[in-house]
Design a protein around this ligand. Structure first.
Ligand SMILES: Cc1cc2nc3c(=O)[nH]c(=O)nc-3n(C[C@H](O)[C@H](O)[C@H](O)COP(=O)(O)OP(=O)(O)OC[C@H]3O[C@@H](n4cnc5c(N)ncnc54)[C@H](O)[C@@H]3O)c2cc1C
Length: 606
């Protein structure tokens, strides 16, 4: 024991001597400072973030400590909720949540400016809640003719109605604008008056007097044939009289042939098939475009080969509002101007209307109907009336929870809707009066399709306006041209130029008369309008089995235990594709809702 203690003393002395010899670092200069301490580690200290609310401003910060120099924050995995962004310098997350409610998970990484840089990452998430739900008796989706008339009917019954409209205006496919010094209609223009219960007629004549309604299409019909060389006029003594062209005179029979159901016995043929069988006119025949653009396009907003011959006959056998077509004969009054005055302003004043609120979800899994719009706002009601177009339903722009029954899905997929546009063009002179008479309407051989002259019936105007109506395949071809040109204003210019070229080719004799007199035009492309996606509904093969069994009637059937109702021009069995049909359907659905609700002024408790 003794000896080991002595040895330890010797060793300690040696260690002390050795340390002194090292001189505190071996530099020999007498600098004895310790090395600087390493910087504190870079560290994200935030471990959770507060929840946000759709539509409400949000601001939270991701904090970090340590590291060297400047810190930079990035989202290294996942994504922040829609509407929020990360400030890379401060780590602040801010903005206004705009997406659908839910939780977004992401990783934030902070990096310093050391060389090499240090970094730290933290997995985080933000829950976005729906805005506090608003509650109403009934919600109407879409502020077109059907939606506004449904709301009008429900308001009259004492109901508290919310209207959710996707676009920034009401009226849907009734839309007036100004060209030159006159109002032109980019959607519905004709009023169907005489037979049946048409609520438009008394409302408008009551406001503006009987003389507001005038006949349109006053003048000759013109048909372009054979590249313009045989364009004919329905004028006795015309240089080329249509009465002398058997292909044209034969085509006039179609109006007394297509709707006779017994003449279309095969439920699987298109109207193009039946025209070929009956008249010997098929694609490639010089007169095909008369049946195609002059009939299928101008009346049904599609192409001949897409119409179901028997379906259409069954549908139009019941048509009874066509006896008396009138237009508004005042240069300062369009269809939507008149409806605004007689009804719409009143409906807007007596309901809650949200524009720019595209509905994305209709959820009937709970006790109330929960309707969510694109901003994430949720609205509750006992019932909902959906008045969007067939195009919007087919594109499934609204998610129904739970799924709609197959009969409803088959119904909207079993009704046709095609591309279509209205293109009013203003000219410096009525160059079309080639035969010295006014032009009533014109069937062209190319993409313009069918055109007429609204300025001839708008009293007081000094403008010369031709309206062209490219539908179906013509509209698809023009839409393709517009896309190739890059869309927007360049796309519209491409459409106008193609129509002008068609018009130039229609009239023999003069050189490019349309292009020479052209001043300005408007392109209203309903097929490309995101919340219409088509012109108006038509009967395709299979739409009708009979007057009672058909897809239009199937779509009228309420679903989700009498909580979702469909209405619009497409649900009218005998007068689809009209404003008056849409009004009647809005009223039908509203009365059906009132019958199951029966308790106005009692919205669900949020
Ligand atoms: C070129 C053209 C010419 C026509 N000519 C005539 C005519 O001369 N005479 C005639 O009587 N009829 C005519 N029509 C038909 C007539 O315009 C329509 O039948 C009628 O306006 C349709 O009314 P609606 O309420 O059914 O649909 P719409 O008017 O389309 O209304 C539906 C509304 O729903 C909105 N919407 C869509 N999706 C959503 C969503 N997700 N959330 C919220 N809102 C949504 C739309 O923006 C729209 O406002 C024409 C139509 C076109 C396109």
């Amino acid at each position: 024991m003794r000896s080991s203690t002595a040895l330890r003393r010797v060793l300690l002395a040696c260690v002390a001597a050795a340390f002194a010899a090292c001189g505190g670092g071996g530099g020999g200069g007498g600098n004895n400072n310790p090395p600087p301490p390493p910087p504190p580690a870079l560290n994200i200290t935030t471990t959770s973030l507060a929840a946000g609310v759709v539509g409400a401003p949000y601001s939270q910060s991701v904090a970090a400590t340590g590291g060297t120099g400047t810190r930079t924050f990035t989202t290294s995995a996942g994504a922040l909720p829609a509407g929020l962004s990360l400030n890379p310098a401060s780590g602040a997350i801010s903005g206004t949540p705009s997406g659908t409610p839910g939780t977004s998970s992401f990783t934030i990484t902070v990096t310093d400016s050391a060389s090499p840089p240090n970094s730290d990452s933290q997995a985080l998430s933000i829950r976005i809640d729906a805005a506090a739900a608003e509650s109403h008796d009934v919600i109407v989706v879409g502020a077109g003719s059907a939606g506004l008339y449904a709301a009008k009917t429900l308001i009259a019954e004492g109901y508290d109605v919310l209207i959710l409209e996707a676009t920034d205006r009401i009226g849907g496919r009734v839309k007036s604008t100004t060209l030159g010094d006159m109002r032109v209609d980019l959607g519905a223009e004709e009023h169907y008056l005489a037979v049946g219960d048409n609520p438009v007629w008394p409302a408008i004549t009551g406001e503006y007097g009987e003389s507001i309604y005038v006949s349109g299409y006053n003048g000759a019909e013109v048909y372009s044939m054979d590249g313009g060389t045989n364009t004919c006029w329905t004028v006795a003594g015309a240089a080329r009289a249509c009465a002398d062209d058997p292909d044209v005179t034969q085509s006039w029979d179609i109006y007394d042939w297509y709707w006779r159901t017994e003449l279309h016995p095969d439920p699987t043929t298109s109207l193009a098939d039946d025209v070929l069988y009956e008249y010997g006119v098929g694609v490639g025949h010089r007169a095909y475009h008369i049946y195609d653009a002059g009939f299928a396009g101008s009346v049904f907003a599609t192409s001949l080969h897409k119409l179901g011959a028997q379906s259409l006959a069954i549908q139009d056998y019941g048509w009874d509002l066509s006896n008396g077509i009138r237009v508004l004969g005042d240069k300062d009054l369009g269809y939507s101007d008149a409806l605004e005055t007689v009804w719409w302003d009143d409906v807007v004043a007596n309901s809650d209307l949200r524009l720019n609120s595209p509905v994305v979800t209709i959820d009937t899994s709970g006790e109330s109907v929960a309707v969510t719009d694109l901003s994430g706002a949720v609205y509750l009601a006992h019932q909902v009336i959906v008045t969007v177009s067939i195009g919007v339903l087919q594109a499934e722009k609204i998610d129904f929870v739970p799924d709609l029954p197959d009969t409803t899905v088959d119904a909207y997929n079993g009704i046709g809707i095609d591309a279509g546009m209205k293109v009013p063009l203003r000219f410096s002179a009525p160059w079309w009066e080639t035969e010295g008479v006014a032009l009533g309407s014109m069937v062209t051989e190319g993409v313009a399709g069918f055109c007429w002259i609204p300025s001839d019936y708008k009293s007081g105007t000094t403008s010369y306006v031709m309206m062209c109506y490219p539908m179906g395949d013509n509209a698809l071809a023009l839409t393709g041209l517009a896309e190739t040109a890059g869309g927007g204003a360049a796309g519209d210019e491409a459409i106008v130029n193609a129509i002008l070229a068609d018009l130039d080719a229609t009239f023999p004799g003069e050189e490019n008369p349309a292009t020479a007199h052209y001043i300005e035009g408007i392109v209203q492309n309903w097929g490309a309008a995101p919340y219409t996606l088509g012109a108006y509904s038509y009967a395709m093969v299979g739409t009708f089995e009979s007057a009672d069994q058909n897809r239009r009637r199937d779509l009228q059937v309420p679903v989700a235990e009498d909580r979702i109702f469909f209405a619009g021009e497409a649900t009218h069995v005998t007068h689809p594709a009209t404003v008056v049909g849409a009004l009647h359907e809005g009223e039908r659905a509203a009365l059906a809702v009132a019958a199951v609700n029966g308790n106005p002024g009692n919205p669900p408790t949020p």
